[in-house]
Ligand binder design. Structure first.
Ligand code: PAF
Length: 283
């Protein structure tokens, strides 16, 4: 596996593949890879001739007081994992390569509406940081397809809308959330949890599942179901940011007749913010 640290080297390699008639599947990450990322790499290989991964901890998507400085950076370990999973190229730029200007002077890409609700309401500017860096990475790498995990469901919808609105020539493919055996969604941030918090953490998924079961049984008082889950999570020790049943396509509040639902949750255990979601099709 090759490693490129500059946009020039990245472009040269991808251009060569495209000249040779090969397609490129792209998995953007912030590193500290786990099985969820590696599943995306394996999936990318089914959709493209060559697999490109990027590792860049993007300062623009972290708010003040968030974990940018402490975010786990494990480049050599990640490189070995990517090699083992047959990735063809790793793009691992430094901050100066991605943002030659101070962040305050950098052009931004913003998807309105979708970026301002749920996680966007608690983390102002977060999704503008995500859409800006993903747009830049797409422009730099020119992939044919790009893969994103469904665990970051709101992020996935923001990126899909950006690609649609800006007519970017890349196909977005999503992949189901990869979970630990007790149901906890895999995330680099799980490493922050203490032993006690780790024992409690799967409760977030349990409440999503219980709420899904209630919806499938025809229960339709969404506010009551949400309140019950918030209460159960608070009792377990979570500080709940939101637990919300939404329209799966738009993330708006469902109306009578909305068929495809998604239950989204964000909650803190100590200083660790966990997110998860579950799709529901009550038919
Ligand atoms: O999901 C992530 O790891 C990041 O938000 C992404 C898409 C790599 C952008 O920095």
């Amino acid at each position: 596996m090759k490693v490129a640290h500059t946009v020039k080297d990245l472009r040269e390699q991808v251009a060569k593949w495209h000249r040779d008639g090969l397609t490129v599947g792209f998995v953007p990450t912030m590193g500290n890879l786990h099985d969820g990322h590696l599943a995306l790499i394996d999936e990318a290989r089914k959709h493209a001739d060559r697999v490109l991964a990027s590792i860049f901890v993007n300062p623009m998507q972290f708010g003040e007081g968030e974990d940018y400085d402490n975010y786990p950076r494990t480049l050599e370990r990640d490189r070995q994992l990517l090699e083992r999973h047959d990735a063809s190229l790793l793009f691992a730029p430094g901050v100066g390569e991605m943002y030659p200007l101070p962040l305050s002077e950098q052009t931004r890409v913003e998807v309105p509406g979708l970026s301002d609700i749920l996680c966007g309401a608690s983390r102002p500017g977060h999704f503008a940081g995500v859409s800006t860096i993903v747009c830049k990475l797409f422009n730099m790498a020119q992939p044919d397809v790009a893969l994103f995990g469904e665990k970051d469901y709101q992020q996935l919808l923001v990126i899909r809308q950006m690609v649609r609105d800006l007519a970017m020539p890349v196909e977005i493919i999503s992949y189901p959330t990869v979970r630990e055996s007790d149901g906890l969604a895999m995330s680099s941030r799980n490493a922050y949890l203490s032993e006690d918090q780790r024992r409690v953490a799967p409760k977030l998924f349990t409440m999503l599942e219980e709420t899904k079961t209630a919806l499938m049984q025809g229960k339709s008082n969404f506010a009551a179901l949400e309140a019950r889950a918030v209460e159960a999570l608070a009792v377990a020790g979570f500080e709940v940011d939101y637990f919300s049943i939404r329209d799966a396509a738009t993330l708006s509040i469902p109306v009578a007749g909305t068929r495809q639902l998604v239950i989204l949750a964000a909650a803190r255990l100590g200083s660790t913010r966990l997110i998860d979601n579950l799709a529901v099709n009550p038919g």
